[in-house]
Design a protein around this ligand. Structure first.
Ligand SMILES: [Zn+2]
Ligand SMILES: [Zn+2]
Ligand SMILES: [Zn+2]
Length: 307
């Protein structure tokens, strides 16, 4: 186990340790029947002006919080906001629901959020904490004729095919695996439309690993990064809500620390910022008390409406 008070983030390793659902807030998400939209290129990625609903399904780093076997104050905390599943969000507009990443606790996350329908999945990258719950989307496979639309970089889709090989080989028809309709995002910063929603991919670096953030109108979700190239910073201007990686106070080779994330916030000036991918070094309430106005830690179950 990791030394107490430390947060060795091992993104590349699987850590499938589903826990009981924490006593977090319950949601009542309205998910209406809807038809999957087109995937044609769009002209203005910022044209989305209908209200968006962002739901944090998980806000923890790759270990989740509590960390298995850890007895630190945050891991033993009774504050439900200190219980963090691996990172994922839902983005909803007009009854359309997009899931970003499929972490190991996906089944528990979707049950807790009372999700009854998915229209598409977007992948940031394929580290285990963002991918290994993919099999749980089986129940949504039948909603479209060609399977559930999945978007990611060509490298992401290649990794996904390898890590979930059984999904893509001929097997007797028994419904025992998800049906997926893969779409490569090329070039990596090319906007596209999914489920009627404009999406602007935002290429960032996670150590040396390329990762995609996503902008939906005036909302952006940028996790697993410690470097945002200048061209991508320009894609993150004039935001109402920025969701950004902020692992802990101490520096890390592949994630922003809290102070590094705050520098990005100062540069971009979003109206509101929520930090995610949080490790057990950060107590929710104590950390929020020292963050500037308009910036706070997200927590599992938090719902943010974006005008
Ligand atoms: Zn990662
Ligand atoms: Zn991660
Ligand atoms: Zn701990």
């Amino acid at each position: 186990m990791p030394p107490l008070g430390r947060c060795p983030d091992q993104d590349a390793k699987a850590s499938e340790a589903p826990e009981d659902p924490p006593p977090g807030p319950r949601f009542a998400l309205l998910v209406f029947l809807a038809t999957f939209g087109d995937t044609s290129p769009m002209t203005d990625p910022r044209r989305t002006r209908d209200p968006l609903r962002l739901t944090f399904l998980g806000t923890g780093t790759s270990h989740g919080v509590p960390v298995i076997g850890c007895a630190c104050a945050v891991c033993r905390s009774t504050d439900p906001r200190n219980r963090r599943y691996r990172p994922s969000v839902l983005v909803q507009r007009r009854g359309q629901t997009i899931l970003v990443d499929t972490p190991p606790e996906l089944r528990l996350q979707l049950l807790r959020a009372e999700v009854t329908r998915l229209d598409a999945i977007l992948y940031t990258h394929t580290h285990a904490d963002h991918l290994f719950g993919l099999d749980d989307v089986r129940v949504f496979s039948g909603h479209t004729a060609s399977g559930l639309p999945v978007f990611g970089s060509r490298q992401t889709l290649e990794n996904l095919r390898r890590q979930f090989y059984y999904v893509f080989i001929e097997t007797p028809a028994a419904g025992g695996k998800p049906r997926l309709d893969l779409h490569a995002i090329e070039p990596l910063d090319r906007p596209f439309v999914v489920a009627g929603l404009d999406v602007q991919p935002v290429p960032v670096l996670h150590g040396t690993t390329p990762v995609l953030g996503f902008r939906f109108g005036n909302l952006a979700y940028v996790t697993d990064t410690n470097q945002i190239p200048p061209a991508s910073l320009e894609l993150l201007r004039e935001l109402d809500v920025l969701v950004l990686d902020a692992l802990r106070d101490r520096p890390h080779p592949t994630h922003f620390s809290l102070s590094e994330a705050l520098e990005v916030v100062a540069e971009l000036g979003p109206r509101r910022t929520y930090f995610t991918h949080i490790c057990h070094d950060l107590d929710h309430a104590a950390t929020n008390r020292r963050l500037p106005p308009g910036v706070e830690l997200a927590y599992d179950g938090l719902i943010v409406d974006v005008p």
